[in-house]
Each structure stands twice: as structure tokens, then as C-alpha cells.
Design a protein around this ligand. Structure first.
Ligand code: 5GP
Ligand code: MG
Length: 179
């Protein structure tokens, strides 16, 4: 696999959209302290840019989940790390890198809603609505993308490409004839 010739979403376009999302969230949660929960590792670059543009009192926490690849249909998630800050009664914003099947988002939502926050909203940088299996939506979406595997700006392929400032698609390598 190799990177596409040009970025799918260039850095400047990402940054402009992150500005808009932060403005929207700041408006919607005005007057409240916000507890931002960034989902590791993929959302960390997005969350870092996003929180610095919030016009609110905010705290930053992290959650780390691991999905069981072998039992994909069960949608079971292992919570490797959860926020230290109590969720109950708080205004919570979950920040994710990408919504694909929706299994991760649904499990996160269920987990945090059980702790009875005052309000819970979901913010995802990218959304792939075509591949949804579990019906879940995000209140805040950066960009809707087609069903292509994307990397960069926090998103990885085997831990590579997270550091890239733009978002790229990964393309399969051309097969070269052997004779
Ligand atoms: P879901 O539970 O919605 O199927 O999956 C969400 C997770 O799958 C994301 O947090 C991300 O780690 C991974 N994922 C889904 N689509 C992509 C993609 O196109 N690129 C990368 N790098 N990760 C993806
Ligand atoms: Mg990932």
C-alpha cells in the first residue's frame, strides 16, 4: 500500500474545519465547563488542535479502547484507559478520529451515558456513513468521507502515518508483471 498522489484533505482545509467545530461547540456549550474525552490514539492530534480553539473552560481527559478483531460481530470493546475525572453531572464531549461501523462510538456512548453526565455529545473528525453497521451518529462531524482507508493527522496504518499534517488515502500497489 502507498499514499495517494495528493492529500484527500489538505492541512489548511482540516485546520479551517477544526476552527469551525471549536466555534460551534463553544457556542453550544456556552456557560458550562466542558470535559473533553479524546479517544486514543487516533484522535489525539485532532483533539490537541481542537481544544486550543475552544472558547470555554475545558478539561482534557483520555480514553483508550481496544476492539477484539477476532470477534468483530460481537462489537466487544476493552477499555484500556478511562478518564480519571468523574463523568456524572458533567458536560462531556467525546472526541474520535473516525466513525466507521459505529461499534466503537456506540460502546463509548453506552459506557459514558451509564455514568449519567449532564450532557454527552460526540465529535468525530471523519465520518464514513456508508459503512455504518450500528446506528450511531455524531453531533459534530468534521468531514464525511467515502469508504476508503485514510491515514494521517492522527490516523494510522500499523502505527505509521499518524504524524502527517494532511489526510491521505492508502492505495493498493500496482501489480508488476513478473516476465
Ligand atoms: P468503528 O468501531 O466505527 O468501526 O471503527 C472506528 C475505528 O476504526 C477508528 O477509531 C479507527 O481506529 C479505525 N478506522 C476505521 N476506518 C479507518 C480508516 O479509514 N483509517 C484508519 N486509519 N482507521 C480507521
Ligand atoms: Mg486505529
Amino acid at each position: 500500500m502507498h499514499l495517494s498522489e495528493k492529500p484527500l484533505i489538505p492541512e489548511a482545509v482540516i485546520q479551517e474545519r477544526v476552527n469551525e467545530l471549536a466555534k460551534e461547540v463553544s457556542h453550544d456549550f456556552a456557560g458550562h465547563d466542558l470535559l473533553v474525552v479524546s479517544v486514543l490514539k487516533g484522535a489525539m492530534i485532532f483533539a490537541a488542535d481542537f481544544v486550543r480553539r475552544l472558547d470555554l473552560k475545558a478539561k482534557l481527559e483520555f480514553a483508550r479502547v481496544k476492539s477484539y478483531v477476532g470477534t468483530e460481530s460481537s462489537g466487544k470493546l476493552d477499555f484500556m484507559h478511562l478518564p480519571e475525572e468523574p463523568i456524572t453531572g458533567k458536560y462531556v464531549l467525546l472526541v474520535e478520529d473516525i466513525l466507521d461501523t459505529g461499534r466503537t462510538a456506540a460502546a463509548l456512548r453506552a459506557h459514558f451515558e451509564a455514568e449519567q453526565p449532564a450532557r454527552l455529545a460526540f465529535c468525530t473528525l471523519l465520518d464514513k456513513p456508508a459503512t455504518r453497521v450500528v446506528p450511531v451518529t455524531a453531533e459534530y462531524v468534521g468531514f464525511s468521507v467515502e469508504d476508503r482507508f485514510v491515514v494521517g493527522y492522527g490516523l494510522d496504518c500499523d502505527e505509521h502515518y499518524r504524524h502527517l499534517p494532511d489526510i491521505w488515502t492508502l492505495e493498493p500497489d500496482e501489480e508488476t508483471p513478473s516476465n
